[in-house]
Design a protein around this ligand. Structure first.
Ligand SMILES: C[S@@+](CC[C@H](N)C(=O)[O-])C[C@H]1O[C@@H](n2cnc3c(N)ncnc32)[C@H](O)[C@@H]1O
Length: 359
């Protein structure tokens, strides 16, 4: 295959670092209290768990981007996903996880918990995806959360997805999701979190769809700390590292010429700015480094997503990027989890500004 300039096209690096130790087995995890058992924990079941970005935030006990995120009061009972890469990466870094096709699951076989979490697949709601919404089988997967809630009545449900879900088809799909929860006696709040306003060095906005049994008050959005970090602050120390002394830093796609990405990821980052959104379906279109003549490495992308360096990804660059790009940034998930914990404790301080009017 040739490049536009006639040169042979470089192939993606196929390094597959052999990791036997993931975050959970590191001294950093010990130091951050990862293994601390909360005295009276709230139980959590994780659906569509991916490699565990949302879950690491809910669990706590890690260091990322220069901050320590304390162990929370949540105990994740199980984490289910139908992708074996996700399951194995989760087991290496966090804890028990099982492969399960949730489209066919009998919810009666799942354990009852206090809190159900699940970032259901976003491809059909995303600006770079099909935009077919809930008309596809994949777009209907949110219904597993509804079926689980109807059967087990968890106190809270935390769904997560892309911001376009709110506007797509004039809000029709989000209305459908809210109505589905309403039909089983759950009220819904929508929180829109602009992650770069809260310390993530990357442009990324997320919607949290929070369902509460109508027996309880509807929780308002969290009051998140406002702070900014730019791309160079987050990854400057990696500039000279070309090997695996920092896990996954040797993995990157060999650079072609940077072109305008047209919103599809093939951009060159700028120093003193937020990185472009890290995407799952990156192939060789991962954004370029702000100074070096190459694309970002797997570790740099993981950093920009707020994963700790102790959280390792054991596959090829392509498969690792899928896990990383699909994830909820753990620091943002941790902030949401801490707020949920306070809601459950009855001590929450809320911020109406983050909360969106229901469509
Ligand atoms: C947006 S990702 C979730 C990312 C995760 N919340 C995180 O923070 O790392 C959606 C996940 O749903 C999984 N998935 C898609 N269809 C599924 C199905 N039918 N059953 C189980 N999991 C499925 C995908 O493998 C993917 O890991």
């Amino acid at each position: 295959m040739k490049r536009k300039d006639g040169m042979p096209k470089a192939k993606a690096l196929r390094n597959m670092p052999a990791f036997v130790v993931g975050h959970r087995d590191t001294s950093i995890a010990d130091r951050c209290g990862f293994h601390r058992c909360p005295p009276r924990p709230y139980s959590v079941l994780s659906l569509f768990s991916g490699c565990g970005g949302l879950d690491l935030g809910f669990h706590g006990g890690f260091e990322a981007l220069g901050t320590t995120y304390a162990r929370t009061n949540f105990h994740i009972v199980n984490a289910l996903d139908n992708d074996q890469d996700c399951v194995d990466c989760y087991r290496l870094n966090i804890g028990p996880s099982e492969r399960c096709d949730l489209s066919a699951v009998d919810v009666a076989t799942l354990p009852p918990v206090d809190v159900l979490i699940g970032g259901f697949p976003c491809q059909d709601f995303s600006s770079s995806g099909t935009k077919l919404g809930t008309t596809t089988d994949r777009g209907k997967l949110y219904q597993v959360l509804v079926r689980y809630a109807d059967y087990h009545r968890p106190r809270l449900i935390i769904g997560e997805n892309v911001p376009l879900l709110r506007q797509l088809a004039g809000g029709k799909y989000l209305k459908e999701i809210i109505a589905a929860f309403g039909s089983i006696g759950y009220q819904v709040s929508i929180w829109r979190i602009v992650c770069q306003d809260h310390g993530l060095p990357q442009s990324r906005t997320r919607l949290f769809i929070v369902g509460t049994d109508v027996e309880y008050a509807r929780p308002s959005a969290p009051r998140l700390e406002r702070r900014r970090m730019f791309i160079d602050e987050a990854i400057v120390d990696l500039e000279e590292v070309t090997d695996e002394t920092i896990p996954n830093q040797s993995q990157y796609f060999v650079a072609d010429v940077a072109t305008s990405g047209g919103g599809q990821g093939d951009h060159t980052n700028r120093r003193g700015a937020f990185a472009y959104t890290i995407r799952a379906n990156a192939r060789a279109r991962i954004q370029f480094h702000y100074r070096l003549p190459r694309r970002l490495t797997v570790r740099e992308c993981a950093r920009l997503q707020g994963f700790p360096d102790s959280f390792v990804f054991q596959y090829s660059a392509m498969r690792n990027m899928k896990l990383i790009g699909n994830a909820v940034p753990p620091p943002i998930a941790h902030a949401v989890a801490c707020h949920i914990q306070e809601v459950l404790n009855g001590t929450a301080v809320c911020d109406e500004q983050l909360e969106l009017a229901l469509v």
